[in-house]
Design a protein around this ligand. Structure first.
Ligand code: MLT
Length: 275
């Protein structure tokens, strides 16, 4: 049973933190925006008896460090995907189940494009394949510039009511307050960089039929950012995908209804061929 934290300096200048917990098939869990590895705590605590969770912080988030020469302007999620591939090399994992939430899912698509042999399957939560519309991309670029000048609060405060289900908003527990605190303390440069990277990301919809991998899609029933209807369309276009809707959850289903998310992940991983 592994229970440790690593910090690994990568060749392109960033230093990634990764929490490792459990034993068995390695499951790489990539956080959403603007969160960090700790959003997966209930997954590694609930499922680590059977699966090895590797939960990194992307460059600049949580306890990871951006390369010194980082600019927000030429950012791409491809570089995050390559960072993850190098991290796995350094940890000795050739193949993983890629698990991502929202932005973590966007990184997952790029990881699969650039390192297809390394993906044994996908668990994708509250995410989408479509690129931003021009209007959304413009809004992200404006927000990135404002965050650099004014700090994270201008992003986090208006985002909160859209992130969670009614049940979570009515009775947030200490874990939810902890996640909100992580968002508030996110580095403005890291947030601005990935806002630019998300605005620049390629559209993946046309490639969905070619992603012939065991795939579990999970979506909070009350997710207004990446709604269940959109994820249902993704499931219909991916040869081996199945969507499970998670009640009493919004955009952060793994944190809002961990019991059901964990049950779905366990059943899915139990059926995966051993890598
Ligand atoms: C996330 O949760 O990672 C974000 O909502 C992704 C996005 O802004 O598209």
């Amino acid at each position: 049973m592994t229970d440790s934290e690593l910090t690994i300096a990568l060749s392109r200048g960033s230093t990634l933190f990764v929490r490792q917990y459990g034993r068995g098939i390695p499951v790489l869990c990539v956080h959403g925006f603007p969160l960090d590895h700790s959003m997966w705590r209930q997954q590694w605590e609930g499922l680590g008896d059977q699966f090895l969770f590797l939960a990194p912080d992307l460059a600049g988030f949580g306890r990871s460090i951006l390369a010194d020469d980082t600019q927000a302007t030429d950012a791409s999620l491809e570089s995050d995907a390559d960072d993850l591939a190098e991290l796995l090399d350094r940890m000795g994992h050739a193949r993983v189940v890629f698990c991502g939430l929202s932005m973590g899912g966007y990184v997952g698509w790029q990881f699969w494009r650039r390192h297809p042999a390394r993906v044994a399957g996908f668990v994708l939560c509250d995410t989408r394949a479509a690129a931003d519309t021009p209007e959304v991309a413009r809004g992200r670029r404006v927000m990135a510039e404002r965050i650099l000048k004014e700090g994270m609060e201008i992003l986090v405060e208006p985002m909160l009511p859209r992130l969670f289900s009614n049940a979570t908003l009515t009775a947030p527990d200490a874990r939810i307050f902890g996640l909100i605190q992580r968002m508030r303390s996110c580095s403005p440069l890291a947030a601005a960089r990935v806002l630019m990277a998300m605005a620049n990301r390629p559209d993946m919809e046309a490639l969905l039929p070619t992603i012939d991998l065991p795939t579990l899609l999970l979506c909070g029933e009350e997710d207004v950012i990446t709604p269940p209807a959109e994820m249902q369309q993704m499931a219909a276009r991916m040869p081996q995908a199945k969507l499970q809707r998670i009640p009493s959850a919004g955009h952060l289903a793994p944190a809002e209804n961990a019991a059901l998310v964990n049950r779905a992940i366990r059943e899915f991983l139990d059926r995966l061929p051993q890598p």
